[in-house]
Design a protein. Structure first.
Length: 155
């Protein structure tokens, strides 16, 4: 597919997530993902936290892509959140994070997990797209941007 809708649905977009820090963010993401996947929130939170111990998934420009592999997933799963207030994420550029795209994969996803990370990273590097995501007024508008992001960039 030429967009992110193969890993993200409109139900997996939060236009105003309130999290005071990274730990609270992971708890909320884990709970939200558990509702969508049927997997235990604890397993999701653990996967995100374990990966984060290896180094921050905040890659700069106010963006973070926390990710992990979780038993029981049948396919790669994405969840996007725009935070109500930026939080410290120990990002490479030291800027606080306000846009978060979580990626969860089955343990055997291997190359597909890396491809999903690369696609999301590429999509979220465009300053124009970031401005639109930050200015979007609704979850539906954010989803529309993300679902058409790569085809817009290819045009």
């Amino acid at each position: 597919m030429n967009d992110l809708s193969d890993i993200l649905t409109d139900a997996c977009v939060d236009a105003g997530l309130n999290a005071g820090n990274k730990k609270a963010l992971f708890q909320q993401l884990g709970t939200a993902a558990a509702r969508q996947t049927g997997l235990p929130a604890k397993a999701i939170i653990s996967a995100l936290s374990e990966r984060e111990k290896l180094g921050s998934t905040g890659f700069g420009f106010g963006i973070a892509i926390p990710h992990g592999k979780v038993e029981g997933l049948a396919h790669i799963f994405g969840y996007f959140a725009r935070l109500t207030a930026p939080i410290d994420f120990q990002s490479v550029d030291t800027l606080p994070v306000d846009l978060v795209f979580m990626i969860l994969s089955p343990p055997d996803a291997g190359a597909d997990h890396l491809k999903a990370l690369a696609r999301v990273s590429r999509a979220l590097r465009d300053p124009g797209t970031l401005a639109k995501l930050r200015g979007a007024r609704s979850r539906d508008a954010i989803f529309a941007l993300l679902a058409g992001i790569e085809s817009l960039n290819a045009a």
